[in-house]
Design a protein around this ligand. Structure first.
Ligand code: ZN
Ligand code: FE
Ligand code: FE
Ligand code: ZN
Length: 293
């Protein structure tokens, strides 16, 4: 996408956001499984604020999924401190106990870092999570998603970046032990594109998900980034659906008002890909919820 077109699309998305917002009945058929808390250091607001927003919009089920502390990296902007994990679980348990209007799940988002997974699994093991998201935010030590360091893109070959990203994604899907793979084409977040045959990359990724029986997430946060698109893009989602990969939905809210944001576009994507149910989790057991489409 050229820079001018991007500018137009960004303004269009921002201007129309309020007018596009789904009605309560439509929200009532959806879930938002990807919600952060201020514990991660780059999100804002208390869990209650996110829950209030979800209730106002009419979502019947949400889940928190803050970042697992990164093994070996202590950056207060990237994830909670290892000692904060009990506090995170307690915060979510508290809102679960207080709120009757909706189902609130306890999830978590874990980075896929080859060779370092034992530490992450050991951290989460004492708790009964409803689901565990797997994310590829790092390519061989490079935090390509980190918005503070866009200069790190200089001198990198976008094709090589795409190829390695998808390799890691497939590995994470197959061997990560995750319930859901988050934002599946996150590599486009900051606007890089590739000349590689994307259809092949999507097919491989979708096959990996299908073989490992891992759910794919539709994540609307890409609309708030330079990518200006939902993760995954429609052809990628179609490749997943063709192979029977179940789908779930998340906003990746890092602010309360972002709960359920742009779900009109997510719903349109679901419809166009022929998805009629969303995967939900309880104690890491999957149940499909009809979206009544
Ligand atoms: Zn985050
Ligand atoms: Fe993420
Ligand atoms: Fe996230
Ligand atoms: Zn995320």
């Amino acid at each position: 996408m050229k820079r001018v077109r991007r500018g137009v699309r960004r303004r269009f998305l921002n201007w129309t956001r309020a007018a596009r917002e789904l009605d309560r009945e439509s929200y009532g058929r959806l879930v938002d499984y990807h919600i952060h808390t201020k514990l991660c250091g780059h999100a804002f607001g208390e869990p209650e604020d996110y829950v209030r927003e979800a209730i106002a919009k009419g979502l019947p089920e949400i889940g928190f999924s803050d970042h697992v502390p990164l093994p070996g990296i202590r950056d207060p902007y990237l994830s909670m401190a290892p000692g904060d994990l009990p506090r995170y679980v307690e915060l979510v348990r508290d809102v679960q106990a207080d709120v009757e209007e909706m189902e609130i799940r306890l999830g978590i988002e874990m980075d896929y870092l080859p060779g370092q997974m034992d530490e992450s699994w050991k951290l989460v093991e004492p708790y009964e999570f409803d689901y565990i998201y797997g994310s590829v935010h790092y390519i061989d030590g490079w935090g390509f998603g980190d918005s503070r360091r866009l200069s790190s893109y200089v001198g990198r070959d976008p094709d090589a970046t795409y190829a390695r990203y998808f390799e890691l994604f497939c590995e994470a899907a197959r061997e990560g032990g995750f319930d859901i793979m988050a934002h599946p084409d996150l590599v486009k977040k900051h606007g890089i594109t590739t000349n590689l045959p994307l259809d092949e990359l999507y097919a491989e990724a979708a096959s990996a998900l299908a073989e490992a029986d891992v759910v794919v997430e539709i994540n609307t946060s890409g609309l708030r980034k330079t990518a200006l698109d939902v993760y995954p893009t429609l052809p990628f989602l179609r490749a997943c659906v063709e192979r029977g990969v179940p789908v779930t939905l998340g906003s990746d809210a890092h602010r309360p008002e972002q709960v359920g944001m742009d779900f009109d576009l997510a719903l349109r994507l679901l419809t166009r890909a022929g998805v009629s149910e969303l995967a939900t989790f309880n104690g890491r057991k999957r149940t499909m919820r009809s979206i009544g489409a």
